[in-house]
Design a protein around this ligand. Structure first.
Ligand code: ADP
Ligand code: MG
Length: 316
């Protein structure tokens, strides 16, 4: 449904996006996760046709955005980081104004707005002035304007930022309810938001994709240690003895025999790379390594790494 390929965006000298590629399938809720300044809003502003890109291609429902911006915009409802709410309008006046902007036919408006007010649970406050609404209600009105015109795709830029915990839960519920008939991309700098509502995730940092996949892919491994599988020629007990004596190795689990090789899962402590010591110890004992492969890291590990690295470089 959405295909982003080798997308690059420069603001003068700053490269805000650097060769970003990812796809979003119909019906997916994609979490676009990254620390502040990672390039989330830039990507969303490009995807919704607000700003042009420098290089690459962005296709929505088969239409390339630079060639066919109107066809793309029709398919997308957008909640920007700072929704342009008109403070002196009532909620209903504002949503009618959005209907004008999106050319929703007059005869279709009442039914459509009734549906949206019900869905987003703002029917009670339809006659209130936008300026007098709480932040949580303002965010709901922001979601409501994105739904005007019944777009199949919703792009929500940090939809829970600045809300209190009960408002966050309400907005998450709303997003989960919308998933049934929408494809959704939501950005966030909070990891738990992704695991709470998303089916897949793209992690972005300094304008580059750091990781992507389904949320369940990342929860397949657990904890915050580094794990490897290793295939070593030799019988189980002698190989295990050498591996478990290797400095930095915290845990060794025999998995299976693979012909004449023993296969183990090896766990090291945090921030320890045991690959060189393993090679040294095993070759010292004339045991051949046929394969050494890192096991997948959890989303939490990836994200903590990114945030810590940024912290360290900021300290220098
Ligand atoms: P995020 O939404 O992930 O916090 P942004 O997409 O807003 O990140 O910003 C990505 C990078 O691009 C940042 O370094 C930011 O300073 C820079 N940037 C964003 N908008 C502009 C702009 N209009 N002009 C120059 N630099 C910008
Ligand atoms: Mg942003």
């Amino acid at each position: 449904m959405i295909e982003i390929t080798n997308l690059t965006k420069r603001y003068g000298q700053i490269k805000a996006l650097n060769d970003v590629s990812f796809n979003v399938k119909k019906g997916e809720i994609l979490g676009f996760l990254g620390p502040n300044g990672a390039g989330k809003s830039t990507t969303m502003n490009i995807l919704t046709g607000y700003i042009p890109y420098t290089e690459g291609s962005v296709k929505v429902g088969g239409f390339e955005i630079m060639e066919n911006p109107e066809a793309v915009k029709k398919q997308i409802g957008y909640l920007p980081e700072l929704p342009p709410l008109y403070q002196d309008m009532t909620v209903l006046e504002y949503l009618n104004f959005i209907c004008d902007l999106k050319s929703v036919p007059h005869r279709a408006r009442k039914a459509q707005l009734d549906d949206i007010l019900y869905m987003v649970k703002i029917g009670d406050i339809r006659k209130r002035l936008v300026r007098n609404l709480s932040k949580g209600y303002k965010q709901r009105v922001g979601v409501a304007q994105a739904l005007v015109g019944n777009p199949p795709i919703l792009i929500l830029d940090e939809p829970t930022v600045g809300l209190d915990p009960s408002q966050i839960i309400e907005i998450r519920k709303l997003i989960s309810a919308l998933r049934h008939d929408h494809t959704i991309i939501l950005s966030t700098h909070i990891l738990s938001e992704v695991t709470a509502v998303c089916s897949s995730v793209v992690v972005i940092n300094h304008g580059k994709i750091a990781a992507s996949g389904s949320v369940s892919d990342f929860s397949a491994t657990e904890g915050t240690v580094r794990k490897f599988t290793i295939h070593v020629v030799g019988d189980k007990s002698s190989v295990q003895k050498v591996i478990s004596q290797t400095p930095g190795v915290r845990k060794t689990d025999f998995i299976r025999m693979d012909k004449d090789a023993s296969v183990f899962m090896v766990e090291s402590g945090h921030d320890v790379d045991v690959r060189r010591p393993l090679f040294n110890e095993l070759s010292h004992n004339s045991m051949a390594i046929l394969e050494l492969r890192p096991m997948g890291r959890t989303l939490e590990e990836i994200f903590i790494d990114i945030v810590n690295k940024d912290k360290n470089s900021a300290d220098q």
